[in-house]
Ligand binder design. Structure first.
Ligand code: 13P
Ligand code: SF4
Length: 306
């Protein structure tokens, strides 16, 4: 028999209490998932939460590298990714062999990895960053020479904030954010001339240059909520415009482009979360102890410097 959203949510809340499960959700998840999560936020906030969780079990509603980060920070917990198909294409773009050979060419550089990387890749990087913490963390690194991977758009944004550093950027990035172009911005601004443009630093530099604010998913939400302005064009995944529209009904939020829909984040539904808490869905994340120990070094460094 069909169930309502409220009934499914109630069943998830009952089962997660009974089974001592903590549910973490990235802000790109649907509203009905964010509502039943113990914590929802950007990648940095999720990592900090993951290191503090008291429950025996954790379900990550997001993409695979986020669930791996939870496992790395809490290896004794049972960690599930709520949908096994939810990867992040950017995280898969570069492998150990490639980065090892680049490191040989730039031996004196500090290797800074966006957290959107696999656990395996993190084992050979020096420090992780997220979009909200990158500028602060890189500015706290004593070395002037920075090898930044995999997102050249975030890397370009960070490099422009820190002109005293010497950046080598690798050519990776988010296919969703990088698809948005200046023409999309012009069209959105023509439709909404009074709106402020808020964008994620995974967008291309030409788009970032036109923004009134650049920040992580949580940064964008906080900026819009605290602003006296009434209209905003949101240059990140479309879920953020939707969450903001519910949170601030007296303001208007416009998605910058229909291209800003991440299929990997969107594949996860409330029913997937229900199946995961029931024990009939999701995927348990397993990593070998050596990978956990080595990958942890650069995540701990991120939390320390952030
Ligand atoms: P945040 O660092 O803003 O959470 O971004 C994660 C992400 O995947 C953006 O595409
Ligand atoms: Fe990965 Fe881009 Fe999706 Fe974020 S929006 S999870 S970076 S593909």
């Amino acid at each position: 028999m069909a169930m309502t959203i409220n009934e499914i949510q109630a069943e998830i809340l009952r089962l997660k209490k009974e089974k001592d499960i903590c549910i973490l959700a990235h802000s790109y998840q649907a509203r009905e998932i964010v509502e039943i999560a113990d914590f929802a936020g950007d990648s940095y906030q999720l990592s900090v939460e993951a290191s503090k969780v008291g429950n025996k079990n954790v379900i990550m509603c997001g993409v695979r590298f986020m669930a791996e980060t939870v496992k790395i920070l809490s290896p004794d917990k049972t960690v599930f990714l709520s949908h096994p198909e939810a990867g992040c294409p950017m995280a898969e773009q570069m492998d150990r062999a490639l980065i090892s050979s680049v490191k040989e060419q730039y031996p004196s550089y500090t290797v800074v990895a966006y957290i959107n990387t696999t656990a395996e890749l993190k084992t050979i990087c020096d420090v992780c960053v997220t979009s909200s913490s990158a500028v602060k963390i890189v500015s706290n690194i004593p070395n002037k020479d920075i090898l930044f991977l995999p997102d050249c758009n975030l890397g370009d944004y960070v490099a422009k904030q820190l002109p005293d550093k010497n950046f080598k950027l690798l050519q990776g990035g988010c296919p969703i954010h990088a698809a948005v172009n200046v023409r999309d911005v012009e069209k959105a601004k023509a439709r909404h001339p009074d709106a402020l443009l808020l964008v994620h630093p995974e967008c291309v530099p030409d788009v970032v240059a036109l923004a009134d604010y650049v920040g992580s998913t949580s940064g964008i939400m906080q900026y819009a909520e605290n602003s006296d302005h009434k209209e905003f064009i949101i240059g990140t995944e479309l879920s953020i415009s939707e969450h903001l529209q519910y949170r601030c009904p007296d303001k208007n939020f416009y998605g910058l482009s229909h291209k800003l829909m991440c299929p990997n984040m969107k594949i996860n539904t409330l029913v997937d979360v229900l199946n995961c808490v029931k024990g009939t869905g999701g995927e348990e994340i397993t990593l070998d102890p050596e990978t956990i120990a080595q990958a942890r070094i650069c995540i701990d460094k991120m939390i320390e410097l952030g």
